[in-house]
Design a protein around this ligand. Sequence first.
Ligand code: NAG
Ligand code: NAG
Ligand code: NAG
Ligand code: NAG
Ligand code: NAG
Ligand code: NAG
Length: 796
Amino acid sequence: MLRMRHSRMADRTLLGHEKKSRGLERARVLCSPLLTIPILLIICNLSSTITVFAQYTPSYACDLDKYPKLKDFAFCDTSLDIQTRVKDLVKRMTLQEKAGSLVSVADSISRLGIPSYGWWSEALHGVSDTGPATWFNKTIIPGATSFPQVILTAASFNESLFYTIGKVVSTEARAMYNTGVAGLTFWSPNVNIFRDPRWGRGQETPGEDPLLASRYGVPFVRGLQEREDGDKEKLKVGACCKHYTAYDVDNWTSVDRFHFNAIVTKQDLEDTYNPPFKSCVLDGNVASVMCSYNQVNGVPTCGDRALLEGMVRGEWKLNGYISSDCDSLHVMFKDQRWAEYPEEVTADALNAGLDLNCGDSLKNFTANAVKRGLVKESVVDRAVTNNYVTLMRLGFFDGHPSKQFYGKLGKKDVCTPANQELAREAARQGIVLLKNGFGSLPLLPTSIKSLAVIGPNANATKAMIGNYAGVPCKYTTPLQGLSEIVKTVYEEGCDVRCNSTKRFENAKHVASSADAVVLVMGTDLTIEAEALDRTDIDLPGQQNLLVSEVAYAARGPVILVIMSGGGMDVTVAKCDPKVTSILWVGLPGQEGGGALADIIFGRHNPSGRLPMTWYPRSYVDMVPMTNNNMRPDPSTGQLGQTYRFYRGETVYEFGYGLSYSSYVHRVIKAPKFVTIPLHEGHPCRSTACNSIDAGDRVCSGLVFDVDLMVTNIGKMAGSHSVLIFSSPPTIFNAPQKQLVDFKKVWLEPWQRSVVSFSMDACKHLSIVDEFGARKVALGRYLLQVGDIKHYMNIQI
Ligand SMILES: *[C@@H]1O[C@H](CO)[C@@H](O)[C@H](O)[C@H]1NC(C)=O
Ligand SMILES: *[C@@H]1O[C@H](CO)[C@@H](O)[C@H](O)[C@H]1NC(C)=O
Ligand SMILES: *[C@@H]1O[C@H](CO)[C@@H](O)[C@H](O)[C@H]1NC(C)=O
Ligand SMILES: *[C@@H]1O[C@H](CO)[C@@H](O)[C@H](O)[C@H]1NC(C)=O
Ligand SMILES: *[C@@H]1O[C@H](CO)[C@@H](O)[C@H](O)[C@H]1NC(C)=O
Ligand SMILES: *[C@@H]1O[C@H](CO)[C@@H](O)[C@H](O)[C@H]1NC(C)=O
């Protein structure tokens, strides 16, 4: 979503100043004497009043207080159900008005009292001004709480945290809408699979595992959408799961996302790329799905009827709208040369199931596409209906927002101390301890008279919030966080690119005279970002050299902190005994420095676990980023991708993460055999089968419990994520190992607790065959939690 940035100013003025003159111009046109007098009055009034609302008052339709005549329009009647209201509205619209409501800056329809609506807002990890319909203003709302970038939050493996963040973000979002500086539809979360460590947008995602991505997406979406008054039909704000599907290359060597055609097997689509989207729709009831820029198997996703109408709306039954990525249709036309005429692209997208277009193609070309018979007007009506149903669920047609359930929210609800504390808590819960030689951490504040804080990200601000950020309430940099606890000396050493060693001497000097050293290295948006994939996975420039030289010069513990979205080959530091600890802090958000200090000084026991594999540097030479095939391929020597399939060496594996405590697991209950009762006449009763259909009716109620005893045998209380992996029988090229469930528990020292997993073999343990069908393999499964192994047979 980068292409449209240039038009942001235009969009803003459209929603702001410029609207005034537009509104007046329209009023003049509409007030021609040809119109009958009563309507004329309404129209003139409506048009001019909408202009009064132009700036810093929320945009909404059906202002019955000012225009009682709107009462005659059934779509403004809140006592009617939404379907009836939308039907009434669509019936009143001309074809061009319909076309104008299919785009991200939807036209106003003054004669119906409908103002322009900006669909494009973002709230990936806090309300963001990346989309033009939301902005910050020093006097109105100067900033919003900026949570850690999603990849770090995901590392917490804590579903209630995901939900709570979503809820806080939607409260701030709704407060901003009430204040007139935000929309109601937020195009977040990004639930694409972080397939390749080089991907610049991997930071936005919950990582490489489809189960974790689903378990992140669903509570985050629910936190954004669900209303505290329990009204299930209405939405607090609208979320959007993007970018459907198999989108994971932005700009790598000569390949970019606008031209990339992902070749994806049915099997990989079903068991890797699509599960988070399916969960978003089925379990999260998300209001929107966005199709991506790339093609999948030669068809642009926004023009793929099987993917949109077939899967999202047909099988999953989306209750909402399907949007395109920004300028996707123009990309289809211009970059992908999908059709000769833009009207054909428009028709293909609408016919495929697209409802809204970020950009203006649908506004420009829909009427002509209908006139040429390329698309039926009923298809256009479906799109218009899906969009307006969403806006009605958001209360956009229910009169002044201040009189609605969330009407009291305002500036006072944004950047509250509690919200900022949650940002710090989220970072604390996500930070991953990767190495801790001889218990070098936590540091004792009383024994550190001086702390050297070194490195390009040691005093990072913007680097901590990554992309799709807004303006944070404030920043607590690592240096500031640490300085609040002990006396610090700061030396940058080099900038993030680190192509000069000039200041290394200073850094070594500072390190040699301090009791301990914290080195904050890593990347920022100049290294990994939207439209910018990496070509290597090393620390940039001479950063490794700075780490070794400083570590060599230091006399106390050396704590290496990696601030990055993607994984890094930190083998040098991992193997260097002088580097006593390594922490990964992701992109930790506005309170990242405070959270880091909490961990380093033992105010919080780290519990984060890596949501993606950290590969050795040689990985990038072995795997072209453009290979979407997850599975190893002996014929090409491919080792497979992500922990589920990759057969090679790792630097740190998926799910890895240490604590200041130790936890032991013991299986107290788990079946050795699970028997599937097959009905009379089931083919597998007469012929040998290696699997049964997981969609089959036989495959329901195959539930069993796995109970574990988990004990904290350390000296410190802490949270512990219990990750349960399954290695299924080796048929259908199944994953060697896959996460099937997880839970996070809090344990005091020496406290033990039973952690129970209620498993459904059909759901949790199923795998996917070469044709994309879910199956339960028969045979031996290995269940693993930590270093505990349990073998189990599924039989008939
Ligand atoms: C912020 O809002 C105030 C009050 O409406 C307005 O006067 C000012 O021009 C706005 N600033 C910007 C930068 O838009
Ligand atoms: C749509 O029309 C507007 C106004 O004529 C034009 O500026 C814009 O470039 C058009 N967009 C596309 C995708 O053709
Ligand atoms: C650290 O960053 C903050 C915020 O940008 C800045 O105010 C401060 O001067 C910086 N500290 C040093 C020592 O450079
Ligand atoms: C080092 O990087 C800076 C930008 O960060 C660039 O201006 C400079 O030319 C680079 N120097 C070398 C020697 O590559
Ligand atoms: C790809 O990245 C380069 C810089 O590395 C940039 O110049 C170019 O515009 C990018 N292309 C796209 C399509 O994002
Ligand atoms: C999960 O996150 C929630 C919300 O921040 C928190 O209250 C809870 O303690 C966390 N759970 C664990 C086990 O740490």
